[in-house]
Ligand binder design. Sequence first.
Ligand code: GMT
Length: 380
Amino acid sequence: MMPMPSIGITCYPSQGGSGVVATELGLHLARRGCEIHFISSQLPFRLHGYDRNIFHHKVEMPTYPVFEHSPYTLSLASAMAEVAAQCELDLLHVHYAIPHAASAYLARQMLLPRRLPIITTLHGTDITLVGKEPSFFPITRFVIEQSDAVTAVSSFLKQETIRVFDCGRDIEVIPNFVDARQFQPRRDTELRARFAPDDRLVLLHASNFRKVKNTSAVVEVFAAAREKVPVTLVMVGEGPELPGVRKLVREKGIQDHVHFLGHIDRLEDVLPTTDVLLLPSWHESFGLVALEAMACETVPIVTDRGGASEFITDGHNGYLRAPDDIEGMVQAIELLAKDPALRLQVAETARRDAAGDFGAGCVVRTYLDLYERVLEHKAG
Ligand code: GMT
């Protein structure tokens, strides 16, 4: 049995699934005795700054008039190399390939002849959108090949990576996870009453309001569902599409029935007060918020494009619909509103399935096994 490793984790610190996964992973590993060093431009948003075994190293980004843009990739590489040497890190685990895996590669080169292992976790648009940009393509392929281990959050994303980059290397699927003690089906009746004074269905959408989230479809589905059953809509998050969504809501005259909460830190406080999650994205490599919803017994109605079918079985623990299938999503809402027994059954199954194979305990253990294999391979 190896001693618990010291791990450098890099992720995007702002609200977003890859940052959430990296932060929650770090927190769970720290509770199991690993020393975790977050190396990022800000404290990741789910960290408090005082968690045991957790350290944060802020990447400074100096600006000079001669720089058109601050070279973050280089500042990050320097910070990674420095932290790895000073804190005797055993490995770097980077979340989201661009530019984190490239910085990690540079840091490893800076530390030669010691070879610091790099694990890269692919999350989604680092492959499906950004990685395909001609200017990012060669570097993304290079750093995927150079990593000591590469993981993808779904089989869908693994297949996409192999297809897009024509890469022959091994990619391990380690799905996202949810802490079922943190995401629970308790009800804050006061908050729920603010959303819905009666027992109407409360629908929720939570995202970073980017184009890929197809947020106008959420409004279309809600407006059509309202014609059939009593519902209210809660929108969580901020992003470039939000002004357009607000405008659409006003144009449809449904502003009194839509609650815009903006960015919130603790989704686990709001999710359990809602009944249905709507996530009609153009694609989702995983769709972490759907798994978090399931743990709270909020029934997910999620895009069928991407990896959600790896944890949602249509009609069993949620519903899968094409992103433009407005009618199909409305029908699922109508079914749930008219048949409370069915809704309860689907919701309870959702929580059981989320807490099982996708529970934190199970998935964090898989990451630890991977670290052990990578470190053993290095030692051997
Ligand atoms: O790739 C992105 O869009 C960003 C990323 C994020 O940081 O939110 O989202 C991706 O990673 C999440 C965590 O693994 C997944 O749950 C999301 O499905 C995935 N987003 C997309 O595939 C659009």
